[in-house]
Design a protein around this ligand. Structure first.
Ligand code: SF4
Length: 343
């Protein structure tokens, strides 16, 4: 009953697991114990429920898992912004779909009992449950890979009081492939299936809201919000959209962004999580890393910004820009010198 309704409700994938302790619990606890969760204290606070949802929701007997493929380009598209974030916020769209699904299910099956839906919004380890419910397997990049859809999918979870026959856990492995580990620009995938969030560009540009330690700033390269490197490298995503790196004119535009434009362009997208100031700080950092001459005037303007953090980051970025210019000139001269010597 739940499955046919799930498919009718517009989800691309649907599965059910039995609520209980997750086999991934030791791995999840180790992540917290070793501090690889960085500043995401909510992960530490809720670790017991994440390992077994019945700790927080003793009535839960089933875990319904759904997935919906990423629909990029639903909103304004910017290079340097991760594919999933160039779209209307899936927390809202998928959240609405799940609420409707729960409402319809309760009408049709009043004995289904209590239900609670989550879209990246509560103490539920969605990827692990999606694997348990047969939606796919966890790749070496720590993401859920669905055989037909790859990893560019959004996940939703419903804890349900009724007991529904579960699906078999997802099978599949990455085999010998390790492209994501090789592609990660910061080495955040320290080994297969192990992510150090503190090194991950998504964490640095989203969760830290622009507050990136100086030593880590070069690591974000041209990324302004999130990173797609490990997903772009994955052969399972060959058919999916491949976003481009930030181009200098995009970075300019984001550096100069007014708060009103931020709300207009990103108000209904996941980018709002970075905050207006955080996004500008990220764009300034990217300009310091990869920006060309076209970024210079935007950075210069930032030196008069009322916010001291913006002024400090602009000074840092201008130094980077200047250094690259000098290096470029030096290389030009060495090339000329080389060609003269060759003659
Ligand atoms: Fe697995 Fe290769 Fe995809 Fe990484 S890139 S998740 S190793 S299949």
């Amino acid at each position: 009953m739940a499955e046919s309704r799930g498919r009718q409700s517009g989800f691309d994938l649907f599965g059910v697991a039995q609520a209980g302790p997750l086999p991934d619990a030791p791995h999840l606890r180790d992540q917290i114990a070793s501090g690889r969760h960085g500043r995401m204290q909510f992960l530490a606070r809720t670790i017991d429920v994440r390992c077994d949802p019945r700790v927080g929701f003793p009535w839960a007997k089933s875990v319904i898992c759904v997935a919906r493929r990423v629909h990029s380009k639903e909103a304004a598209s910017f290079n340097g912004i991760a594919c999933y974030a160039n779209a209307v916020d899936y927390h809202c769209t998928l959240g609405e779909m799940l609420s409707k699904y729960v409402g319809d299910m309760k009408k049709e099956f009043p004995r289904a009992g209590r239900a609670r839906a989550f879209v990246d919004s509560g103490p539920v380890t969605e990827k692990a449950w999606a694997r348990q419910a047969g939606l796919g397997f966890i790749g070496k990049n720590t993401l859920l890979i669905a055989p037909e859809l790859g990893s560019r999918i959004h996940l939703g979870t419903i804890l349900l009081e009724a007991s529904i026959p579960p699906d078999a856990p997802g099978a599949g492995t990455c085999g010998d492939c390790r492209r994501c580990l090789d592609a990660c620009p910061t080495g955040a995938l320290t080994e297969a299936g192990r992510l150090d969030a503190r090194l991950c560009i998504a964490y640095l540009t989203v969760e830290r809201r622009g507050d990136i330690p100086e030593a880590d700033r070069p690591k974000i390269g041209a990324c302004v919000f999130g990173c797609d490197a490990c997903q772009d490298a994955c052969p399972h995503n060959r058919r999916g959209p491949v976003p481009a790196d930030a181009e200098p004119e995009t970075i300019d535009r984001l550096i100069d962004l007014s708060e009103a434009d931020f709300d207009r362009l990103f108000g209904d997208t996941p980018v709002q999580r970075a905050t207006w100031k955080g996004l500008r700080l990220n764009a300034i950092t990217a300009a310091g890393n990869v920006g060309g001459n076209s970024c210079a005037s935007s950075l210069q303007k930032c030196l008069d910004d009322p916010d001291p953090a913006i002024r400090e980051r602009a000074r840092w970025a201008i130094e980077g820009l200047t250094l690259r210019r000098h290096r470029g000139r030096l290389c030009d001269r060495l090339l000329i010198l080389n060609s003269c010597t060759d003659k």
